[in-house]
Design a protein around this ligand. Structure first.
Ligand SMILES: *Cc1c(COP(=O)(O)O)cnc(C)c1O
Length: 400
């Protein structure tokens, strides 16, 4: 029996059973649904993409997986070379893992050990944002700020090693001034905080964060597990403000196979590279660099470049703004749009009760949470399909 995620199993509404999927569509026995959430934001090329399928099949005919401990292979090497060229600045060293949460753990562990290796044992605190979400593993939960995890506080008491601030420049400056000696790193979901409620903020905050990190010798970590690959309208936010460590996941493999990569710059890598064996990075997930995942990722990046995705995402943003212009309902607190993401925040959770079934009846799969009705669209969606998603959202407010 399946134990489903984020659900009280007692009395849980039956999930929709998917029997086929192609392009932006999910198929149940009797419905064809546009997937407005891209399967938790990762399925950017849609389902059953022939080229990704073929890339995986051709790797499968060689081997599905070999470990990276003492072994290596072409797909992992090619992906690392591609990322080295494709990612901005000197983000050149790729550490693979099997999920975004683990990628975040890897980043935080790297940052911690970086200062320990340098002989600084004081820098152990993490600065993070209120409403942050960085994954479901323990350190990721600790640096996150999600009410759903507050049972952790009940069990363990206050978080000692993590400080949370709002996306507010004076608060940022104050935190650096006050804690810089103990500060190890600042981790953020840049520009768009996803699971914390699709909260959007400005580039100025990140630019100031970069300056302060340089000034006070603190590592800057961008968790672009959700924002990477165009979601914010930037290819990567890292293209504009360069972090020391970048984490990618979700869309990395085009959503085909769980995989993540934690990419370090030269400064971080050189903090480990030495004659001292205890300075080595002690981590190694069994499935890191999985050959099928790396093949899918390589093809996904190729499609992203070839298909001019950044242009498309800009166009989607224009369509969303056009369609939502002037739309108002007293139950709506805010409408936010950025790149390939739209969020309607309502005034009370109960406003969205029943929306998922309503959308289902109207040919859209949606998964609103708390006060957030959102779409994270696949980048192959056609204009009329996008408009349909938005029409169903709007109709929810105007239907009665
Ligand atoms: C989804 C997500 C993660 C966790 O990724 P998993 O693959 O689910 O472990 C981490 N950070 C952010 C910003 C995410 O959106």
């Amino acid at each position: 029996m399946i134990w489903y995620p984020y659900e009280q199993m007692k009395g849980m509404k039956a999930p929709y059973e998917i029997i086929d999927a192609e392009g932006v569509y999910l198929y149940t026995k009797d419905k064809k649904l546009i997937d407005s959430v891209s399967s938790w934001w990762c399925m950017i090329h849609g389902y059953k993409n022939r080229e990704i399928n073929d890339a995986i099949k051709s790797q499968l005919d060689k081997f599905a997986h070999v470990m990276l401990g003492g072994l290596t292979h072409e797909a992992a090497r090619k992906l690392s070379d591609k990322l080295k060229d494709w990612l901005p600045g000197d983000l050149d060293y790729c550490f693979y893992s099997d999920s975004g949460s683990v990628g975040v753990e890897v980043a935080l562990k790297m940052a911690l050990q970086y200062y320990v290796n340098s002989g600084n044992l004081k820098k152990t605190k993490v600065l993070a944002l209120t409403h942050a979400y960085h994954g479901d593993t323990f350190k990721a939960m600790e640096v996150g700020d999600d009410e759903d995890y507050h049972f952790i506080l009940e069990a363990y008491g206050e978080k000692k090693d993590c400080i949370h601030i709002d996306t507010d420049i004076p608060a940022l400056e104050e935190a650096f001034e006050r804690y810089h000696e103990a500060l190890n790193c600042f981790i953020v979901e840049p520009l768009l905080q996803g699971a914390g409620g699709m909260r959007m903020y400005g580039m100025e905050f990140l630019k100031r964060a970069r300056e302060l990190c340089d000034q006070y010798d603190v590592l800057l970590i961008f968790d672009e597990v959700a924002t990477g690959f165009g979601r914010t309208g930037y290819r990567f936010v890292s293209d504009v403000v360069l972090p020391d460590i970048l984490v990618l996941g979700k869309a990395l493999t085009g959503g085909y196979i769980g995989h993540a990569v934690t990419v370090a710059n030269h400064k971080v890598y050189n903090g480990f590279y030495s004659d001292n064996p205890t300075h080595a990075f002690m981590h190694g997930p069994t499935f890191m660099g999985n050959a099928l995942a790396c093949s899918a990722a390589l093809k996904s990046i190729e499609l992203f470049e070839k298909g001019n995705y950044m242009k498309r995402i800009q166009r989607y943003e224009v369509i969303m703004r056009r369609e939502m212009e002037g739309f108002y309902d007293p139950r709506i607190a805010d409408i936010r749009i950025m790149g390939g993401c739209i969020c309607i925040e309502v005034t009370e959770e109960k406003v969205l009760r029943g929306y998922q079934d309503y959308a289902y009846q109207n040919g859209v799969f949606a998964r609103p949470f708390l006060k957030y009705l959102y779409a994270m669209i696949p980048y192959i969606i056609r204009e009329e399909e996008l408009v349909k998603i938005l029409d169903v959202m709007k109709a929810w407010f105007t239907k009665d």
